[in-house]
Design a protein around this ligand. Structure first.
Ligand code: ATP
Ligand code: MG
Length: 264
């Protein structure tokens, strides 16, 4: 592996160079007020390397989804800075933010966020239709076949299984080849075979097309498809692992799952 992030405690720190598709700098995010206040992100600084597959792992409630939402400009932050490429997301006006998300970012979230009145195919091409961009037919065909959706293209989301809906969401994110794809447990609803197919496809789009993907997962086997893993605990990056294997990730995760270990 070339370019692998060095292991070590500050391997995740963003030096500010241009080789990151997205960066968070000292990002803090709280929910609620007073007694109900939750610190979801506690001054996170992290860079997502361009053209690589990055997995984010950590205990439930550690801030993984919040980090994805904040980096993708879907949620506001209390302090710090977020960049997509060279563009500072924090401080963008609504219109600019919408355009940035539309043109540069793909999403695959825990909830599929499909439009119920559109067919699978219409859902896949919707972001490009909105942007007035013509899909690359050959790439679109490849995406559709890889996620195995060809026979279901004319069906609406309510007529698809959860796994099929998630595959539509994956195809939608990949179809326009965005600068970065944020994926939050993209294979959480899939059986292991469909999951492996989707993960293989995501990894392939990174290796062959230079796609940048950052993916939250609870599954060490899924994380092993990535080039590197970031470990999040209590709203902070606490470790990184380059060239992960399922065994090493599982071993590392054990430390987090033990009661008391995640406590500050
Ligand atoms: N809208 C919200 N209002 C209040 N608290 C929230 C909200 N969203 C998230 N939180 C809290 O912020 C913390 C981080 O949540 P987040 O969803 O980022 O965790 P996560 O790591 O994605 O967990 P999981 O693995 O369970 O999906 C949690 O304590 C959660 O309860
Ligand atoms: Mg989550």
């Amino acid at each position: 592996m070339t370019n692998a992030a060095p292991s070590g405690s500050d391997a995740h720190l963003a030096p500010g160079a241009g080789d990151f598709a997205a960066r968070a700098q000292q990002v803090a995010k709280r929910y609620g007020r007073g007694d109900a206040e939750v610190v979801a992100l506690d001054g996170v600084t992290v860079g997502i390397p361009r053209g690589r597959f990055t997995a984010v792992m950590g205990p439930s409630g550690s801030g993984k989804s919040t980090l994805m939402h904040c980096m993708a400009g879907l949620d506001s932050i209390d302090s710090g800075q977020v960049f997509i490429g060279d563009t500072q997301v924090t401080g963008l006006k609504d219109k600019q933010l919408t355009r940035l998300r539309r043109d540069k970012i793909g999403f695959i979230f825990q909830a599929f966020n499909l439009v119920p009145t559109l067919t699978a195919l219409e859902n896949i091409t919707l972001p490009m239709d909105i942007a007035g961009r013509r899909p690359d037919r050959e790439w679109l065909d490849q995406v559709i076949d890889t996620v195995g959706l060809r026979p279901r293209l004319k069906h609406r989301p309510s007529e698809l299984s959860g796994g099929q809906q998630q595959r539509v969401a994956c195809a939608r994110a990949l179809a326009s080849r965005p600068e970065i794809i944020f994926a939050d447990e993209p294979t959480g609803n899939l059986d292991s075979r469909s999951g492996a197919e989707v993960l293989g496809f995501l990894a392939d789009s990174v290796a062959r097309m230079g796609q940048t993907i950052v993916m939250v997962t609870h599954d060490p086997t899924a994380a092993a498809y990535a080039d590197q893993v970031l470990f999040l605990t209590d709203g902070q990056i606490v470790d990184t692992m380059a060239g992960p294997t399922a065994e090493r990730v599982l071993e590392r995760m054990k430390g987090f799952e033990l009661p008391g270990v995640a406590a500050r």
